[in-house]
Design a protein around this ligand. Sequence first.
Ligand code: ATP
Ligand code: MG
Length: 340
Amino acid sequence: AARVFSGIQPTGVPQLGNYLGSIKNWVALQTQQLQQGRSITPHEQFISIVDLHALTVPRDPEKLRKETIETAASLIACGIDPSRSVLFRQSAVPAHTQVHWVLSCITPVGWLNRMTQWKTLNFRSAAAQNLLTGLFTYPVLMAADILLYRATHVPVGEDQIQHLEFARDLLVHFNKTYKTKLFPMPTPLLTESRRVMSLRDPLRKMSKSDPQEYSRITLADTEDQIVLKIRKASTDSISGITFDPESRPGVSNLLSIYAALCSTSPKAAADVMSNFTNAQLKNTVAEAVVNSLSPIRQQMCRLLEDRGYIESILRKNEVKAREVAEQNWKSIAKCIGLSY
Ligand code: ATP
Ligand code: MG
């Protein structure tokens, strides 16, 4: 059977890129069927709040706990239905760390050295000595997440494609090393807006953890904040509106955001707005963002009035996640000669 797995780090309130690149897809997958080979199959969906991944950057424990609950609330507010998707905390399922260890013991260091997110760190800086092992092996933990649920489909943003390819290579390597066919190949699922760019620097992706607050719109932003952030978004001084990501990354990013929210294409949106000034474009985009995100923010606020309720939802789902994970862990342990 098909199985969907994906994750989000509890590193702050999700931003528009998380929503358009991943969360929207997760919500849609709750009611869609998936293609597997030639047949259409029903599937289960596992959505993990990956708090173990979040530890790769030092976190204040209270803040991590708080942001974990807020992440859960924001996902539910976006339409993740905990009776249709297994929404759970990664750390509630010990097998993630067990599989991480097993996989790290068959992962050549060279494979990890090639990862772009690691390679682009500054190794000449004085701080290089303090780069963390967990950050280096992050992709191994992600492969473990996927393997543990025998996921066939992984809906992610474009920034995770390389990590997913790494996971696929590692699963092939695992199957070969242990002469098994235990694990299916996971296929990535991307949305049209697979890479929402930063509002400050449209050559970088929008991120929760970008130190510049004005680089992102979060699901908790008020109408005023959204309007202000879009008004300050970096564009260019070419007159008229055209969609050209290469030469007009700022304007094109706004058009892509608009298109994703209003179910049109960036090119069609540009045609309609071709005579607009940048200010008019920004007003139009801001209105679309406000219309889409306001109900989510309100629902999130309501949900966060009762954090105990969110906690109870997670606990209930974690029983199910552990059940599936434990069974798969047993087959892994058996396959490689560990106690099971
Ligand atoms: P952080 O800065 O802490 O890494 P993040 O914004 O990159 O936060 P993640 O929790 O790492 O968010 O990723 C959650 C999901 O959102 C992943 O599937 C990722 O590919 C997707 N995603 C993240 N940023 C974007 C973006 N700008 N556009 C589209 N998808 C994105
Ligand atoms: Mg990220």
